[in-house]
Design a protein around this ligand. Structure first.
Ligand code: UDP
Length: 370
């Protein structure tokens, strides 16, 4: 069977890397990779770290392109790739425009689609934010669905997808996280970015690690988060470390409000091993990221989610993630309360996976191929 993995953003690359390597081990599959490069630099960092060399690189990122322009260029460019590679199966990931458009193109050519990280739902199809509609759209097309949790499986069954096509595997991000944690622990492993971080950040203070990238938070949302951080930064026992997403909608606000403030370290997005190192050394994480909500329980780090909904309710139910939205006061209060009392956030069993998801995906594909 010939399998084409197709992805375009940093989180997809992190989560597809374990699948890529597990598939490569399975010698009966021919494995090809196509990147749309919906994100360029941040994707390249991950390709490099996980030693993935794309067979096709569509290099579609353009400054200020709209979602419709991006969708159109993916649809148009992937056509030639699919016709050239002639895969039996295309694997896409998650909720990106790349996933939805590649699935559609494969469908038009009668090529089977497998969806990794399927079944997540926020049930919030609020325009113009693309993630929920991308997820639901990809589920409608996919022939095989790899879900991370029982809830995700149930969501698909509720939508009429046959149980024989749904494989609950856990989330591959935990595979990537455990592999990376082990790698950076190796004595001979030295990473230049980690060395710089060690010299820059005062590790005796409690580190609040911050990330943010969601369209729904552009403008007022990011402004409020920054205002809250300015208040938190007044504490002497805290350092705020913020790798700022490259999107100008994020960069402009964050740099304008937080640059050159005491106890705040604005840095460029770091490579995956450096980010794992930061998570390991953090006290708590403030983020709108999906992947970080999934990773944090494995590392025993509480997550405050700067959103009003999450398609990852399992961490919230486990008491590990808290939805704080972008309300300045709620963010300040919740951060203070965890900084002052960490009780209840010791390591828990991660509801999102145990590090074995990629192998389970491969096993399911072998079973289907028979
Ligand atoms: N991450 C990274 N470098 C950074 C910030 C995040 O490698 O500077 C990783 C993080 O560990 C997680 C993923 O990127 O695995 C999350 O990406 P993002 O927040 O952009 O997307 P989402 O998870 O919301 O889809």
């Amino acid at each position: 069977m010939k399998i084409l993995l197709c992805f375009g953003t940093r989180p997809e690359a992190i989560k597809m890397a374990p699948v890529y390597h597990a598939l490569k081990e399975q010698k009966s599959f021919e494995v090809l990779v196509c990147v749309t490069a919906q994100h360029r630099e941040m994707l390249d960092q991950v390709l490099h770290f996980f030693e993935m060399v794309p067979d096709y690189d569509l290099n579609l990122m353009q400054a200020n392109q709209t979602l419709n322009q991006l969708s159109a260029s993916i649809l148009s460019a992937i056509d030639a790739v699919l016709l050239d590679a002639k895969p039996n199966l295309v694997l896409v990931h998650g909720d990106t425009t790349t996933a939805a458009m590649v699935a559609l193109a494969a469908f038009h050519l009668g090529i089977q689609v497998g969806h990794v990280e399927a079944g997540l739902r926020s049930f919030n199809k609020q325009a113009p934010f693309p993630e929920e509609i991308n997820r639901q759209f990809t589920s409608k097309i996919a022939d095989i669905h790899f879900t991370p949790t029982t809830l995700a499986t149930q969501n698909l069954l509720n939508e009429g997808i046959a149980s024989k096509d749904v494989f609950q595997t856990g989330n591959t991000v935990i595979d990537a996280l455990l592999w990376t944690s082990a790698k950076i622990k190796e004595e001979q492993y030295s990473h230049p970015e980690i060395e710089v971080l060690k010299k820059t950040i005062p590790l005796h203070k409690k580190m609040v690690l911050v990330t943010g990238h969601r369209r729904e938070n552009y403008g007022e949302g990011f402004e409020n988060v920054c205002s809250a951080l300015l208040t938190i930064a007044k504490r002497d026992d805290v350092s705020i470390v913020y790798p700022v997403h490259l999107n100008p909608n994020v960069q402009d606000v964050v740099n304008q409000k937080l640059a050159h403030q005491e106890n705040i370290y604005l840095i460029a997005p770091v490579s995956y091993p450096a980010f794992v190192w930061l998570m390991q050394h953090s006290f708590l994480i403030l983020t709108d990221s999906g992947g970080i909500q999934e990773e944090a329980p494995t590392l025993g780090k509480p997550v405050l989610v700067t959103r009003s909904v999450s398609e990852r309710p399992e961490g919230i139910a486990a008491g590990f993630s808290t939805l704080v939205g972008t309300d300045k006061n709620k963010i300040i209060e919740t951060i203070h309360s965890i900084l002052d009392d960490f009780t209840g956030f010791e390591k828990i069993t991660n509801p999102y996976g145990d590090g074995n998801a990629a192998q389970q995906i491969v096993d399911s594909l072998v079973k289907k191929d028979r």
